[in-house]
Design a protein around this ligand. Structure first.
Ligand SMILES: [Zn+2]
Length: 127
């Protein structure tokens, strides 16, 4: 049986960046968990990550308009809307590290009850 999936519409706050993400299994599946991390960037951005291959993200608009931010060893590139500042996703800058996997910010998803998500705490601060 194929793993179930669900496609979520998502966008930044102002709507300049708009996309859909197909998450497998869906966010309400007990096998899925959203990563809540305590590192410096996750704390500031309020990231709630779900990890998906780049092919599961389809941009309606704004893909090339996002601003990229890297820091420290620059292993991760963070993408946010330059107009409203919403943090949309993060991606490894080293294709050999995590391939095309993106950490997508579930806070950009429409109509998702954030309080119902199963969170997986990550101690990124110590990594
Ligand atoms: Zn925006």
């Amino acid at each position: 049986m194929a793993t179930p999936s669900k496609t979520y519409p998502a966008s930044c706050h102002c709507g300049a960046v708009s996309f859909t993400v197909t998450v497998s299994p869906p966010l309400d599946d007990p096998a899925q968990a959203v990563v809540h991390c305590n590192c410096s960037i996750c704390t500031r951005n309020g990231y709630l990550f779900v990890f998906c291959p780049g092919s599961s993200i389809r941009f309606d608009k704004g893909e090339g308009d996002m601003t990229e931010y890297t820091f420290g060893p620059k292993r991760l590139a963070h993408y946010f809307c330059p107009t409203c500042g919403t943090s949309c996703f993060a991606q490894s800058t080293d294709p050999s590290a995590f391939g095309d996997v993106r950490g997508v910010n579930v806070r950009t998803f429409h109509d998702v009850d954030l309080n119902a998500l199963k969170l997986k705490e990550m101690d990124g601060k110590s990594m």
